[in-house]
Design a protein around this ligand. Structure first.
Ligand code: ZN
Length: 415
């Protein structure tokens, strides 16, 4: 599937000495080294289910992991970045039925809107942008592998014997989210799972192949005509494009359970115990007026709506970066207005003929990002440079251009 186009960042000169680059791994609950010291870093960020336009919560996730991508690139690494699109799943079919649009047309419209939003926000595209529909044979192959290992069963007592992954086949199941069964079951139900379905061996077992129903799209496979479950889709795409043991799997905290837990368990069983990702990194949730943004609550702030009202996408991006990626926070008009003011001050400073030397601010930005992608500290460093440069007559004619390049390269802020 085609991704979107964004100009590659202007590379800065390498640092004389790099800070150790660490991110917070949800599995180990501590900071860990992010990616290799040299060579290629491998990143998988879970993509959208294209039934809804990109809202601030989505944008927050993709901007957060764009910082990870940019930090690796700045350190001279190549990045193999995979993002999927869940272009067939229950929520998409439900929305299509509710709105009278064909499911595949709805998906295409929303994927296209997502591409435009991502390009506007200066989010670098993934190396591989992969849809579920174009990955049917990959997914079916993975289910067959799991079957051979005895980890897949058909639900009993039903004429639609959908195939389920037996989470008991993975000794490490639960190690990512560390939830008790009592806490996990309601969360599983809330996030697309079916703990109550009769015939399952364990309430938390997840569907890997759903057999064809009347009126639903389906694909032929050795498993029978049907379509994949959500978790097996990401496991299959990541193992195919990146291989087991890639550097970071990323997404919002609402993906820790069940999605990332299930992907990792399925992949571990399929690869005879190899770890799926070296680190699992999660971004916080953005709410509105103290509530999680959701279509059902009618409180979505859409990127496309903000753009339509003339908001500079770079102000949106700065409003997001003003919060550490792991923070849960509320979107506000005041926060967006403050970001617009900051953008203007930075633009004023980089348009000066001369300013204060840029070495220190670039070092500070790099150090902040190396310490668990601390964007707010990086922003404060640029604030200090811009404030001082506008107040004092600096004599470094290269500095304004260098800081503008650093803001684009490291923060994705085009000035
Ligand atoms: Zn995923």
């Amino acid at each position: 599937m085609q991704a979107w186009g964004v100009d590659p960042p202007h590379r800065l000169d390498p640092a004389e000495a790099w800070h150790r680059f660490q991110v917070f791994d949800t599995a180990r609950q501590r900071l860990v080294d992010a990616g290799p010291a040299q060579g290629t870093a491998r990143l998988y960020v879970c993509g959208i289910t294209p039934y809804d336009a990109t809202h601030i919560g989505h944008a927050n996730t993709y901007v957060a992991f764009d910082l990870l991508n940019r930090t690796w690139l700045d350190r001279g690494l190549d990045v193999d970045y995979v993002q999927n699109v869940t272009d067939i799943d229950d929520p998409l079919l439900e929305r299509a039925a509710a709105t009278g649009v064909d499911w595949d047309q709805l998906a295409e419209q929303q994927i296209q809107l997502f591409r435009v939003d991502m390009a506007a926000l200066n989010v670098l595209p993934p190396t591989h942008y992969v849809g579920a529909v174009e990955s049917m044979s990959l997914v079916a192959d993975l289910v067959v592998q799991l079957q051979r290992r005895g980890a897949v069963y058909a639900v009993d007592g039903s004429d639609l014997a959908d195939l389920y992954f037996a989470n008991g086949s993975d000794p490490q199941f639960g190690s990512l989210s560390r939830l008790s069964q009592d806490a996990a079951i309601p969360l599983f139900a809330e996030r697309g799972g079916d703990p109550e379905r009769p015939g399952k061996k364990d309430p938390l077992d997840c569907v890997v192949w759903r057999l064809a129903r009347d009126g639903e799209p389906s694909w032929d496979s050795p498993l029978g005509a049907g379509r994949p479950g959500w978790h097996i889709e990401c496991a299959a795409i990541a193992l195919d494009r990146l291989g087991a043991g890639f550097d970071v799997q990323a997404g919002g905290t609402d993906l820790i359970f069940p999605h990332h837990e299930m992907c990792a368990a399925e992949a571990r069983v399929a690869t005879a115990g190899s770890e799926f990702a070296k680190a699992y990194v999660h971004s916080g949730m953005v709410g509105l007026d103290g509530e999680k943004m959701s279509k059902s609550k009618g409180n979505l702030v859409l990127i496309s709506q903000l753009r339509d009202t003339g908001v500079d996408p770079m102000a949106i991006r700065l409003a997001l970066l003003n919060h550490h990626y792991r923070e849960d926070w509320d979107w506000t008009d005041e926060g967006l207005a403050a970001a617009g003011g900051r953008l203007n001050r930075w633009r004023e400073a980089v348009r000066l003929d001369a300013a204060l030397n840029a070495d220190e601010v670039i070092t500070q930005m790099r150090a902040a990002l190396a310490g668990d992608l601390d964007a707010p500290t990086a922003l404060a460093a640029v604030d200090a440079w811009a404030g001082a440069s506008t107040a004092i007559d600096g004599d470094d004619a290269d500095a304004p251009g260098l800081v503008a390049r650093a803001c684009d390269s490291l923060l994705g802020i085009r000035l």
